[in-house]
Design a binder for this molecule. Structure first.
Ligand code: SF4
Ligand code: SF4
Length: 247
């Protein structure tokens, strides 16, 4: 039985997206400070609710308290089912995480398709009262990748959820050239076909699904930087050092 339960923010990992403070319907966070998450009413937090943690894409939220039974009960037991506030329900936050937007065909291609899809969807979503926000972040270092729980390039999060349920990859010659090592990057499966750049229909469907029929939150899994990405960053560093020591 928990005697106390409230979120604790890891401000080193936090990227100040504002998702947690906008989401919590129990007044635990000071919304006036959003996007910086500031816990002002820890007593209002619901025992064993993981609502905000499940929405944090960088794993910056943990809880003070007895966590017995938490995996089975990942949202409020207060009767509200930890439903998002009207305000947060009307937000569509898209995070695009990638290794390279200069030479990598699939990162550049995915970026272009994402922009095209949002150009088409944004007016309709805004007409329906949604605020659409696209944030792009280059995963320049292994530390940054770990901070964002980056598992494969490129990755698209919609409201903190990876649009691909699983990681499928194949050899990426562009990122291999950047790092001087064998590097695998993401492929996208859609309607029985596999793509290196996702088709517009797939992205549009993924965004609309997260807006209108989001999946149930699942318990967070432990994160470790994939070996493939570790090799990429090590190779990039080696190439950089070799370049700087060249006569
Ligand atoms: S765990 Fe639930 S009640 Fe507590 S701050 Fe997060 S969303 Fe609010
Ligand atoms: S959801 Fe996570 S990254 Fe976003 S503001 Fe809250 S703690 Fe920070």
């Amino acid at each position: 039985m928990a005697v106390k339960w409230y979120p604790v923010i890891d401000y080193v990992a936090c990227v100040e997206c504002g998702t947690c403070s906008n989401f919590c319907p129990h007044g635990v966070y000071d919304k006036s400070k959003s996007p910086t998450p500031v816990v002002v009413n820890p007593d209002s937090c619901i025992d064993h609710c993981h609502g905000c943690q499940n929405r944090c894409s960088v794993g910056a939220i943990s809880y003070v308290g007895d966590d017995a039974g938490s995996s089975a009960q990942s949202s409020c037991g207060c009767g509200c089912s930890c439903k998002a506030t009207e305000e947060s329900k009307k937000e569509v936050k898209i995070d695009y995480l990638y290794l390279d937007l200069k030479t990598c065909d699939r990162c550049v291609g995915t970026d272009q398709i994402l922009e095209e899809v949002l150009t088409l969807l944004r007016p309709a979503l805004e007409l329906a009262g949604y605020k659409v926000e696209l944030r792009k972040t280059e995963m320049t270092t292994a530390e940054l990748a770990e901070k964002y729980r980056f598992i494969s390039s490129p990755t698209i999060f919609v409201n903190g959820r990876d649009i691909c349920g699983e990681v499928q990859e194949n050899t990426c010659s562009c990122c291999g050239a950047i790092s001087g090592t064998d590097t695998n990057c993401r492929t996208f499966s859609y309607n029985g076909s596999v793509y290196e750049v996702p088709p517009k229909e797939m992205l549009a469907e993924a965004v609309l699904r997260e807006v209108f029929a989001p999946a149930q939150d699942s318990a967070r899994t432990e994160y470790r930087l994939p070996e493939n990405l570790r090799r990429f960053y090590d190779g990039k560093e080696t190439k950089k050092n070799a370049g700087s020591s060249c006569c």
